[in-house]
Structures are given as structure tokens and as C-alpha cells.
Design a protein around this ligand. Structure first.
Ligand SMILES: Nc1ncnc2c1ncn2[C@@H]1O[C@H](COP(=O)(O)OP(=O)(O)OP(=O)(O)O)[C@@H](O)[C@H]1O
Length: 313
């Protein structure tokens, strides 16, 4: 048996205050190599503060941080080469075209194949020849993403990466994240809502008021998820034939149509259905967001009671 490899990101007991305002009160995180990790939380929860501490852009008050086996304070030069970082707030005021800005950043990272920049720009429909200054928020975000991905870093730390992207580009971004994961590289990304990361994440954590209040393995969550399945058959069916299956709940039949709820793998249901002629099948995607929050609100997590709720997380 081999020991688990060291996490790519490890924080223990991270605290940070801005003056008398506490932003982080003991954050623990461990992100495994090759994982996509969703870091979720409402506005002001501490996501950006955590990310900035990871990258040594601000100093923690206490706690330990290890990144790619190094110390962000001591090994900054090496880590910057191995990490792609997208800040939450991009300040880009240059009159020069995006191409020049990206070439400059590529140079700082020891050189990047020009084709990598061109190909990323094409995927994000980014015009490299327009001056950066006049670009929209979404277009600036695209530059931010290109510079984070272009040097094929081992670790990507992305602060609200889909902010300002239209739905098609959000999908393109998620495709890119999948490719990074297939490469065995690691992505840590923050978001307000689970739905933005659920299709690609291996793990997701929620931070609230400076504390981690939930941590979930996304495969486990999907396993537990319920989905509603409707099947129309060529001839009448008996609800009992389906209700007896372990994965099926609440089976009911109207005419030739079966409606039921499926927990976990639908394999047994599909096999039972396949002994008849199936005319149509619909399966509603499970609402993982609801499951995620129901789960930890039901006592598993120790979420501090907060006023109101913010954007789902
Ligand atoms: N430079 C600062 N000076 C004072 N307080 C700050 C500063 N930066 C953050 N804070 C406070 O620290 C807390 C955590 O903020 P942070 O930006 O880390 O949250 P966040 O989860 O990234 O929020 P958002 O989703 O809105 O970006 C908030 O209460 C915020 O007001």
C-alpha cells in the first residue's frame, strides 16, 4: 500500500483579521493533486482572503500553508511558475493590445508557446489585437483566464473564474478545466454557487463567515442524489415491477407511463425497463445544490447561524 501523496494545497488553522474585523477564523483545507476543488461561499465569506494568503499576496495572522510542497513565503519564485492565478478583481488599464500584455506575462513566466496563447484566445473568442483598456469586463476576464492557463501550470487558483462570462464561454471554461484535470493537474476555484462547479468538481467546500462549514466529495453527493425518471412504454406496465427495485422510490403508473424517483445508479431500472419496448425516457438532473445544503443544514456541518442567505452558498 502506498501512502497518500501530499496535498497540493494544505492550510491549517488559517486566521486573518483586517483591523478588528475577523475575516478568517481557523480555515483548514487539503486539496489533492489532480482534483478540481470548488471553494464556495457567499459574499464576504473569506474566499478571496484565503486565496490571497495562499499566494502570499497578503499575510496570514496565524496558521500553516503549504503549496506544491513549498512555503508561499519562501518559495514564491518557483511557485509562481508552477501556478496559474486568476484574481477576483482584474485591474487592466494598459492602452496596449491584449497580445502584448500576454506576451509580457509569458516572458515573466520564462516563455510560453505563442500558439498556446492563440489557441486559448480563440477558444474564448478573445480579440488579441484590441487595446486592453477599452475592453468589457467579460473580455478582461478572458485575458485573465488566458494568462492563468497559458503556461500549463501544475496548479490553477481561480477566484470566481466564470464571473462576467456568457453561458457558452462558461461551458468552454469548464471544458478547459476538464482537460487540466485529465492532465493530472489541479484546479482550485471559488464560486458563489455549487451549480457553477458541480459538473467538474471532485470536492467542494463551503466557507461562511471565515470558517469551513461543509466539505463534500462530489461523487458521494451524486450517489445520494435523487432524480425523477419518466418512461413511456408501448404497452401497459405494472408499477410493482419497478417499485421492488432497490434504486427506485415512489413508482407510479398512469396509462403506459411510469414515473419514479431513482437514487444512485439507475442500472436496475434500465435493465427492468429493457425487457419491454420503451418509447421515451426523460431523466431530470438532480439538484445537487439543494442536496448539498440540506445535508449540512441537517446537523452534519456546524454552520454558524447567519442573517439571511446569499446566492445559494
Ligand atoms: N482589504 C480589506 N480591508 C478590510 N476588510 C476586508 C478587506 N478585504 C476583505 N475584507 C473583509 O474580510 C471579509 C472576507 O472578505 P473576502 O473578500 O475574503 O470574501 P469573499 O468570500 O471573497 O467575498 P466575495 O464573494 O464578495 O468576493 C469580509 O468581511 C470583507 O469585508
Amino acid at each position: 500500500m502506498t501512502a497518500d501523496p501530499l496535498p497540493v494545497i494544505s492550510c491549517k488553522g488559517l486566521t486573518k483579521s483586517y483591523g478588528r474585523r475577523s475575516a478568517l477564523s481557523g480555515v483548514d483545507l487539503a486539496v489533492a493533486e489532480g482534483d478540481v476543488f470548488g471553494f464556495l461561499g457567499p459574499n464576504g465569506a473569506g474566499k478571496t482572503t484565503t486565496i490571497r494568503i495562499l499566494l502570499d499576496l497578503i499575510r496570514r495572522d496565524s496558521g500553516d500553508v503549504t503549496l506544491l510542497g513549498g512555503d508561499p513565503r519562501r518559495d514564491g519564485v518557483r511557485l509562481r511558475r508552477d501556478i496559474g492565478y486568476l484574481p477576483g478583481e482584474l485591474s487592466m488599464t494598459s492602452r496596449r493590445p491584449a497580445r502584448e500584455l500576454l506576451s509580457f506575462l509569458a516572458h515573466l513566466r520564462g516563455g510560453v508557446d505563442r500558439r498556446a496563447i492563440e489557441s486559448l484566445a480563440e477558444r474564448f473568442a478573445l480579440d488579441l489585437d484590441r487595446p486592453v483598456r477599452g475592453l468589457s469586463k467579460g473580455n478582461k476576464q478572458k485575458i485573465g483566464l488566458v494568462q492563468a492557463f497559458m503556461h500549463r501550470p501544475r496548479l490553477l487558483i481561480l477566484d470566481e473564474p466564470t464571473s462576467g462570462l456568457d453561458p457558452l464561454l462558461q461551458q468552454e471554461f469548464l471544458n478547459l478545466v476538464r482537460e487540466v484535470r485529465e492532465d493530472g493537474r489541479t484546479v482550485f476555484m471559488s464560486s458563489h454557487v455549487l451549480s457553477e462547479v458541480q459538473d467538474v468538481a471532485d470536492q467542494a467546500a463551503i466557507i461562511r463567515a471565515g470558517r469551513i462549514v461543509a466539505l463534500e466529495d462530489m461523487d458521494d453527493l451524486r450517489e445520494r442524489a435523487l432524480r425523477t425518471v419518466t418512461m413511456a412504454f408501448a404497452e401497459p406496465v405494472d408499477a410493482q415491477d419497478f417499485a421492488r427495485l432497490d434504486c427506485v422510490r415512489d413508482a407510479s403508473v398512469e396509462g403506459n407511463t411510469l414515473t419514479c424517483t431513482v437514487e444512485g445508479s439507475p442500472d436496475a431500472l434500465v435493465k427492468e425497463a429493457a425487457t419491454r419496448t420503451v418509447l421515451s425516457l426523460t431523466s431530470e438532473e438532480p439538484d445537487l445544490e439543494e442536496l448539498f445544503f440540506t445535508h449540512y443544514n441537517n446537523g452534519r456541518g456546524s454552520a454558524p447561524q447567519e442573517e439571511g442567505s446569499d446566492a445559494g452558498a
